[in-house]
Design a protein around this ligand. Structure first.
Ligand SMILES: O=C(CO)COP(=O)(O)O
Length: 303
């Protein structure tokens, strides 16, 4: 996997913690860490190519009907999308085939979950082999709704990721802290623990995108400030540098999720370690999702 073209330096660290710059919209991160590695852009215009492309995913969650999905697909097919962005949408399982058969090939399709191993007598589950069979190239794993509502553990999620990757299904690997964990100053501890569970199982990171989704920002309208998101993204990248490899740290995409919308995406996209978004509610509206995809243009200007 080629390094992102702006990933040249690995020496910056934050001068001020994001909690000093917070707005009323988002809670503080009451902890300070010194970050050893953050990328610096050395080019005026970011030539986003190959694995360094901006990445925007739409997680439709448990929403939609045949009719509403048909309308959404029509909107996406009609939208003008910047070329230098990887775009993926994740419909509910039962609509994946409908979407695959009607959506432009410009946008790839993801599942929202997958079984931990080979299929068989596992009632209600869908296997990675079955995703491949219907042409579904991606899966979202470790989403907070599966961790906190369904009860999936770090280890279970890590193993799911490894099995999906072994079957050539690419993984959007989610992590993120609860509000009480942030308020207790445990944001980095929680994120690093979740990262470790992935790292314990994953050996090849080329087909992995990390999604940092603070749970307090999901579906709440409380978006993390660009500084808060940047701070955690830089910390994750630093963790990867130390615990996986410098190459993986500099090449992997780390995307942000949690109340991203057409109005706030441009400011978030400007941050150096924010490589795209995982979008819930706003991905159900074609024009809004297109605006979020096209926020890559803010990134280029900010470079
Ligand atoms: O959970 C999310 C994406 O996976 C984010 O959801 P919202 O964008 O609705 O906050």
């Amino acid at each position: 996997m080629a390094a992102a073209p702006w990933s040249l330096a690995c020496s910056s660290h934050l001068s001020r913690p994001a909690d000093l710059r917070r707005t009323a919209a988002a809670p503080a991160a009451p902890q300070r860490v010194r970050l050893g590695c953050s990328r610096r852009r050395a080019q005026r215009t970011v030539a986003m190519a190959g694995s360094g492309k901006f990445f925007v995913g739409g997680n439709w969650k448990c929403n939609g009907t045949k009719d509403s999905i048909s309308k959404l697909v029509s909107e996406l097919n009609a939208a003008t999308l910047e070329t230098d962005v990887d775009v993926v949408v994740a419909p509910p399982f039962i609509y994946i085939d409908q979407v695959k058969n009607s959506l432009t090939g410009r946008i790839e399709v993801s599942a929202q979950n997958v079984w931990i191993g080979k299929g068989g007598a596992y009632t209600g589950e869908i296997s990675a082999e079955q995703l491949v069979d219907i042409g579904c190239q991606w899966v979202i794993l470790g989403h907070s709704e599966r961790r906190n509502i369904i009860g999936e553990t770090d280890e279970f999620i890590g193993k799911k990721a490894a099995y999906a990757l072994s079957q050539n299904v690419k993984v959007i690997a989610c992590i993120g802290e609860l509000l009480e964990e942030r308020e207790a100053g445990k944001t980095f501890d929680v994120c690093f623990k979740q990262m470790k569970a992935y790292a314990d199982s994953i050996s090849n990171w080329a087909d992995v995108v990390i999604a940092y989704e603070p749970v307090w920002a999901i579906g709440t309208g409380k978006v993390a400030t660009p500084e808060q998101a940047q701070e955690v993204h830089a910390a994750i990248r630093d963790w990867l540098k130390t615990n996986v490899s410098p190459d993986v740290a500099s090449s992997i995409r780390i995307i942000y999720g949690g109340s991203v919308n057409a109005g706030n995406c441009a400011e978030l996209a400007k941050k150096e370690d924010i490589d795209g978004f995982l979008v819930g509610g706003a991905s159900l509206k074609g024009p809004d999702f297109a605006t979020i995809i096209n926020s890559v243009t803010s990134k280029k200007v900010a470079a």
